[in-house]
Design a protein around this ligand. Sequence first.
Ligand code: NAD
Length: 256
Amino acid sequence: MNKIVLITGSTSGIGLAIATQFAKEGYNIMFHGLESNGDDIAKEIGEKYQVKVAFSKANLLQSEAVEGLIAETISTFGHLHVLVNNAGIQFVSPIEDFPNAKYETIIAINMNAVFYASKAAWNQMKTQQFGRIINISSVHGLRASEFKSAYVAAKHGVIGMTKVLALEGAPFNITCNAICPGYVKTPLVEGQIKDQAKAHHMTADEVVQKVMLKKQAVKQFIPVEAIADMALLLAKESSTTITGTSFALDGGWSAQ
Ligand code: NAD
């Protein structure tokens, strides 16, 4: 039987790369994201790799929508083996100007949705005696940078939650791990390059080298394929004892 994976935010960036890699390995995929062409993306990958796909645009801001996404996945495919909590947003501002509404939105999407999705998937994974929860945190779940109070708080929170779910899941062959990437060139980061170039009066290239990659020993963006490969490894049957851990894919940032 092909295993079923749900990847939140899989119609863009890192999530799309993870979905593509899982499709190549024969997983059936529940795609999800707010992109208007999400359905087409899902169908294209499904046809290319001959796997079953479905697509949802549930808005993760609402707990009911998150629960609905899990229920739809289980009713469509009959199972849910791997949940990749990937969807996330960013907003950068000094704390004194940080809009409360932005703070709450980041906490809701980047952290609370991880709780609601994992909770809703739990019973199914327990019944299957198999579950793999993979949380896409960030190097900002391990380290701080200024002006990212909401994002850093949410990503640290996800790492704490990962540890708890690992403990609770252990008796049922449910593992939970986090992946912590450094900078990855996706639409989320491309927006930041533009904003930072303006703020620092620099060119886009200068922002990348002097600001973004400053803390990474390896002065390159993290390739999305590296994150997808790590997710695939964590999803395996044989990874049952790898749990409660955070994997830094950060070009040496957190080695310092
Ligand atoms: P992205 O902007 O390319 O994709 C984000 C996805 O999340 C999109 O599909 C979007 O539709 C979805 N999404 C956003 N808000 C949503 C909402 N309210 N409801 C439903 N879906 C929503 O971003 P990305 O760079 O691929 O980021 C993916 C994850 O990786 C995020 O959690 C991000 O924090 C994390 N991350 C990214 C980087 C990086 O440098 N790009 C580094 C470390 C961690």
